[in-house]
Design a protein around this ligand. Structure first.
Ligand code: HDD
Length: 685
């Protein structure tokens, strides 16, 4: 029996395939790896109770050898990640544009596995660092695996894969002392940016709040590159892929993100795990932007340049399907660690373009798996196996699991009726799009890739005042850690090419000369870039209910019920673990004591009413800090009755205090609305 699966959920073909590899140890005698039952597992075999351990102890040697080799190399980038299973369904057929079968039939549920990640940090680094997030999806389609290996930002740092190793060397910890861990706030990263201005647009995104997502469930995903859709008639469209989170796009504030690095380094992975366990399945809608082949040159940017977006106002995003993540892993290593993504894993109907970053990626991913997963057979690891059958003449190699009977392992052959045999497109054979190419062999960047500033400027122009301030503060934080004054100055001068005001504001407080340049590289805006225009929802937000003994039950029960109905998760925080009793007969289980819980772990705070309860809370200095910090992080705060005494102020945006003339229903609704707004930026201190 599968322990981790809700029995109501239907099993996908991928689930059934994985099931064959699972071993349940419940109520089983212990054995060695040879199946030999062991009689003892705590003492090595010795010559006498105080004597030396004997070479003969095969059980000890097997156990220790296996342990010694438990670790595999971490990914060279995106080492820290977290994955989950789910399925994807298209809303309507895209047959007109692509022959990809999984994008044609709305009744088909295609199994998926998604791995979210940070880029720069090691496997054990904190979740909430300022970084790009990876958003890689493997679709197990009937026509083979399709991998959409994207990020939560729509552009990239470099335009040509040739520069990827340089960029990664610059952002990773410096090689002489391996400092700093999982941070771009150091000299080599900013030196790279100042000297490689193709990074400028992406750096704007990396300094924005997008780099500190509140949750993997609340961030967008982007395929970044321009791909091609090809239909049955061989006609192509350029296409960009988007994932739009149903809960909207929401972020942390920087102070909170840094504190979470210590208080809960697993913050984002825990959030995803808990949401799925609670049945709050994360959902992302798939969006596509398409451009006709003949319109390739109609834009003031090159559509093949991975440092450019296609503004949504110019080329609308069409929502075409939805992905639901509904099952946590059974084993982190077997699934999340061993999954191997590759942008070159495509199905008929999805094809590439000449984007030089994409072209290089098509080499890199298989290559890196060879050392990470120890040989050419990593496609046989259960999580990587397609649900479509595999037949070819590839043989042997490290860790081969398939047993291919018979003497024939070549094509063409007569001995096995020329099987396996290639098939034409009509029978599902992948045929590359017959794009016409010509040119001289040359190491050069296209002139059409040379504008590094206009879209960076459009990004800045599209931000709200609050977002602009966050961007400037992020630049200042990072640059304050850069020791070289020359690098800091180079950055100020470089970003003056984006926008004079941006550079002037960055310059304040980092010991640099304000830029000479004023004005902007572009006057354009794209409202879709601002996170302020995103969906607002109270669903799955976590509220800390601060309460002590003698809390007023009638009010609190009514609000808790209303929060529950709105999909809000309320957890009781009190000075001590155990249970607290109300002014009536009821009791509440305390989920967190103030010793272990902090406001950064919650989206909002609700202080219960009741004289005794509030007095008890006041005795605990951590309670006052809890509310104050939530206030400083712009979080919704509610108070019932005497609970208002714990608030820094009773009248600020996002503060909801029960009024004498309102019903509990009205109060509850105001609190839910305040929670849905996520943060109350107009608060002043
Ligand atoms: Fe990459 C991993 C996304 C450019 C080389 N990349 C990796 C992962 C994601 C991305 C999400 C983690 C996959 C996982 O969870 O296992 N990478 C991107 C995006 C890029 C990008 C969106 C640009 C648009 N990457 C890029 C380039 C190269 C690589 C240009 C090299 C030429 N990426 C790798 C890699 C990794 C990787 C070194 C490390 C582990 C792996 O592949 O499987 O090969």
């Amino acid at each position: 029996m599968d322990k981790h699966r809700n029995s109501n959920q239907e099993k996908t073909k991928k689930d059934e395939q994985l099931e064959q590899f699972k071993v349940y140890d419940d109520n089983q005698p212990m054995t060695t790896n040879q199946g030999l039952r062991v009689s003892e597992d705590e003492h090595s075999l010795k010559a006498g109770a105080r004597g030396p351990t004997l070479m003969e102890d095969f059980h000890f040697r097997e156990k220790m050898t296996h342990f010694d080799h438990e670790r595999i190399p971490e990914r060279v980038v995106h080492a820290r990640g977290f994955g989950a299973h789910g399925y994807f369904q298209v809303y309507e057929s895209l047959k007109e544009y692509t022959r990809a079968k999984f994008l044609q039939d709305p009744s088909v549920k295609t199994p998926v596995f998604v791995r979210f990640s940070t880029v720069a940090g090691s496997r054990g680094s904190a979740d909430t660092v300022r970084d790009v997030r990876g958003f890689a999806t493997k679709f197990y389609t009937e026509e083979g695996n399709y991998d959409l290996v994207g990020n939560n930002m729509p552009v990239f740092f470099v335009q040509d894969a040739m520069k990827f190793p340089d960029f990664i060397h610059a952002v990773k910890p410096q090689p002489h002392n391996e400092i700093p861990q999982a941070q771009s706030a150091h000299d080599t990263f900013w030196d790279f940016v100042a000297n490689n201005t193709e990074s400028v647009h992406m750096v704007m995104w990396a300094m924005s709040d997008r780099a500190i997502p509140r949750s993997f469930r609340m961030m967008e995903g982007f395929g970044v590159h321009t791909f091609r859709f090809v239909n049955e008639r061989g006609e192509a469209h350029f296409v960009k892929f988007h994932w739009k989170p149903v809960l909207g796009i929401h972020s942390l504030v920087w102070d909170e993100a840094q504190k979470l690095g210590g208080k809960d380094p697993d913050y984002n992975r825990r959030d995803l795990w808990d949401a799925i366990e609670a049945g709050n399945y994360p959902e992302f809608e798939l969006g596509i932007q398409m451009i006709k082949e003949e319109e390739e040159f109609n834009f003031d940017f090159d559509i093949l340049d991975p440092t450019k977006i296609w503004p949504e106002e110019l080329i609308p995003v069409r929502i075409v399907g939805k992905m639901t993540l509904n099952r946590n892993t059974d084993n982190f290593f077997a699934e999340t660690e061993q999954i191997a993504f590759h942008p070159g894993h495509v199905v008929p109907g999805i094809d590439f373009t000449n984007d030089p970053l994409l072209q290089g990626r098509l080499f890199s991913y298989t290559d890196t798996q060879l050392s990470r997963l120890g040989g050419p057979n990593f496609h046989e690891i259960p999580i990587n196996r397609p649900i479509a059958p595999v037949h070819n003449n590839q043989r042997d190699g490290m860790h081969r699991m398939t047993i291919n009977p018979g003497p024939v392992s070549y094509h063409k052959n007569a001995m096995a009726n020329n099987s396996p045999f290639p098939v034409p497109a009509e029978q599902g054979g992948y045929e590359h799009y017959t794009e016409k190419v010509e040119g001289r062999k040359i190491r050069q960047r296209s002139d059409s890739f040379k504008d590094h500033y206009s879209q960076a400027s459009m990004f800045w122009n599209s931000m709200s005042d609050v977002e602009k301030q966050h961007l400037v503060s992020a630049f200042q934080f990072e640059l304050s850690k850069v020791k070289s004054k020359e690098i800091r100055q180079n950055i100020v001068d470089t970003f003056a090419n984006v926008d004079g005001e941006l550079a002037r504001r960055i310059s304040e407080g980092i010991g640099t000369i304000p830029p000479q340049k004023s004005g902007s590289a572009s006057t354009k805006t794209s409202p879709a870039l601002s996170m302020m225009n995103t969906k607002k929802s109270p669903m799955t937000r976590k509220v800390a209910v601060l309460a002590g003994n003698g809390y007023r039950d009638e009010e609190l029960s009514a609000v808790l019920q209303q929060l529950k109905e709105a999909g809000v998760i309320a957890e009781v925080v009190s000075p001590k673990l155990g249970a607290i009793t109300s002014d009536a007969v009821s009791r509440l289980e305390v989920q967190h004591s103030t010793l272990g819980a902090d406001s950064v772990l919650f989206d909002a705070v609700l202080v219960a009413g009741g004289r005794q309860s509030v007095d008890e809370l006041k005795m605990d200095p951590k309670v006052m800090d809890f509310v104050k910090e939530a206030y400083q992080h712009f979080k919704p705060i509610g108070a019932l009755g005497e609970g208002v005494e714990l608030l820094p102020t009773a009248t600020a945006p996002g503060i909801v205090v029960l009024q004498p003339d309102e019903t509990m229903q009205q109060f509850g609704q105001r609190l839910v609305d305040s929670i849905a707004a996520h943060r109350h930026w107009s608060r002043t201190f």
